[in-house]
Design a protein around this ligand. Structure first.
Ligand code: ADP
Length: 564
């Protein structure tokens, strides 16, 4: 027996059955996932939040990856297993069917050969009986129909009625009929026929056909249709069991992976939390002993973190101690210098008062002595002030002051210096009051410092002082159009003892402590002091203070730079 005529005519396995299987799988998955889909919590968890959660959690990420990978693997493995199962079942059934058909065909031919029927009616009756007995005897192998069709090339004059079955008639195509007609061996073809239970559903079947010689009626084609419905149902059952067995795996793999990785990453999470606290200044934070025991990577991480935190804390303690020592040194030296300076100052004042009686050279010396003692005095005052800030022994004596009058007073007090330096001072003062709760002695010192700095660096160009207020803050901006500052100077201008150009001729001697003290004074009020400048275009210093002590600034009333 050969395979069907003209090569592979077999469209197996049949698409209708694949679809039926897929439909079943979808229904099962739908039913299983219904409680999850209907859980109201999903509505609260937006897609973005879910993505964020996956992005932020390595455990969740690994679980999702593994879920996706295992789903693909199970699908691929399932498809391969289903394919293998189907083709091996089909193969064994096909060979059983073909052997069965071969036997039936040869016995049918023997029956025809030995037939004694001579009249057309007798021949007709014998073929009908043969077909019936064939269908009954082959039913055990799955035969559902037996057909006896006239051979296309048949030329006998005696025509008997064909034995047909309308339900399967359509599956015998011209190519099959041609193949049977041309070959002396039985031919087979994989087909689909209506199901015995429901004619709208089609089931797989094998059609086998051969030529037979009907006495006096000539060559006919005998076909047997074997249904594979039972085999298809068995395959579906096996696939259903496989899917049911796979679903728990699909659900369990990500859950177990998540739990495992979450557990493994526990020390990393705790180390990250500890590092966060360390960054917030909590230097005595350490990883628990339970996370540092053992020799694995996690324990190494915990120990390395603890060592790092330990040495960091030690270093910072050392720096703190050093800074405290420096501050104490500055404070002690300044205090120690006060007494001799007072004596020097008294002596210098006596000399200063007598200078009229001195010759010009001694007079000049007296002037120089006076200048330097003044400078020494203010330097010491600055040092003592910064020491007080360091020791946090400064008090804020705040009262409501209109910033406009304070600025006017400072401008007036320093008008002689401005005049001497040829600087025109423009005060832009609003017509409304700008009151704020401030320690006017300190704020006056800040404004004086900003003004004197501006006059000194203005190169005789105008200095603009702008005052403004809003609901939460008052501000004073001092803008000059002189030498300006490079970015490096802007960055360091509030550092202690910083002077951009120490060699520069200074009208009033500065120590480089003025802006550092100003910054401390403004910070004491809860305000900000900011600076900006461009070389050749001038500098701008802006002080912003809250209107009420302890109330935060919502927005700055002025811009530091730009609008002129
Ligand atoms: P000093 O007592 O030397 O004035 P400050 O702390 O007041 O100290 O200023 C520090 C340095 O900042 C100054 O030496 C100067 O180089 C720079 N500086 C301050 N104000 C201005 C300004 N308006 N323009 C340019 N540079 C300035």
């Amino acid at each position: 027996m050969t395979d069907n005529a003209g090569g592979p005519l077999l469209p197996h396995p049949l698409p209708e059955h694949r679809l039926a299987l897929l439909e079943r799988i979808t229904l099962v998955l739908h039913a299983i996932t219904r409680p999850v889909r209907q859980w109201s919590g999903w509505k609260r968890i937006s897609q973005w939040e879910a993505l964020q959660a996956i992005r932020n959690s390595a455990s969740l990420r690994a679980a999702s990856y593994l879920a996706a990978v295992s789903m693909v693997l199970i699908l691929v493995a399932g498809t391969i297993v289903a394919g293998q199962l189907r083709s091996s079942v089909f193969e064994s059934r096909r060979s059983a069917i073909l052997s069965d058909a071969a036997l039936r065909f040869s016995s049918a031919q023997s029956v025809f050969d030995q037939s004694t029927a001579s009249t057309p009616d007798q021949i007709q009756e014998s073929t009908r009986q043969l077909a019936t007995s064939l269908r009954v005897s082959a039913a055990g192998t799955g035969a559902v129909s037996v057909l006896l069709l006239r051979s296309p090339a048949q030329s006998q004059t005696l025509r008997i009625n064909e034995i047909v079955d309308p339900s399967v008639q359509g599956v015998i195509g011209d190519d099959m009929r041609q193949a049977v007609a041309e070959s002396s061996d039985p031919q087979w073809q994989s087909v689909s026929i209506p199901s015995a239970q429901d004619s709208s559903v089609r089931v797989p079947a094998i059609l086998v056909g051969t030529k037979v010689q009907v006495p006096r009626a000539g060559t006919h084609q005998l076909y047997i249709v074997y249904s594979l419905q039972g085999d298809q149902e068995r395959i579906n059952t096996v696939m259903g069991i496989l899917i049911f067995a796979g679903i728990p795996f699909l659900l369990l793999i990500p859950v177990i992976t998540f739990m495992l990785i979450y557990h493994i990453l526990g020390p990393v999470r705790r180390t990250a939390a500890a590092a966060g606290k360390l960054a917030d200044g909590n230097l005595d934070v350490r990883i628990d002993a339970s996370d540092t025991r053992g020799t694995d990577e996690m324990a190494n991480l915990g120990r390395a973190f603890n060592n790092m935190a330990e040495s960091l804390e030690k270093k910072i303690d050392e720096y703190d101690e050093l800074a405290r020592l420096q501050q104490r040194f500055v404070s002690d030296v300044s205090h120690e210098l006060r007494t001799p300076l007072t004596t020097i100052r008294m002596a210098e004042e006596m000399i200063w008062d007598q200078r009229e009686n001195f010759d010009p050279v001694t007079n000049r010396s007296a002037e120089l002595l006076h200048e330097q003692v003044e400078r020494f005095d203010s330097m010491l005052a600055d040092l003592l002030e910064i020491s007080r800030h360091d020791a946090q022994s400064v008090d804020l004596v705040a009262e409501s002051v209109d910033l406009r009058s304070l600025v006017a007073r400072v401008v007036e007090a320093n008008s002689e210096l401005a005049q001497r330096l040829g600087v025109e001072v423009i005060v832009e003062s609003p017509h409304y009051r700008c009151p704020a709760e401030i320690d006017d002695r300190r704020i006056e010192r800040v404004i004086r410092n900003l003004l004197v700095n501006a006059y000194e660096h203005a190169e005789s160009k105008p200095v603009v002082v702008t005052i403004a207020a809003n609901d939460s803050a008052v501000a004073v901006r001092v803008r000059d159009h002189g030498v300006g500052m490079c970015p490096a100077t802007v960055e360091r201008v509030f550092d202690r003892f910083f002077r951009a150009d120490p060699a520069r001729a200074r009208t009033t001697g500065g120590t480089g402590l003025g802006l550092a003290i100003s910054l401390e004074d403004v910070a004491l009020h809860g305000g900000t002091l900011r600076a900006w400048g461009e070389l050749g275009a001038g500098s701008s210093f802006m002080m912003t203070l809250p209107r009420k002590v302890g109330v935060a600034i919502d927005a700055e009333p002025l811009e530091l730079w730009g609008q002129e």
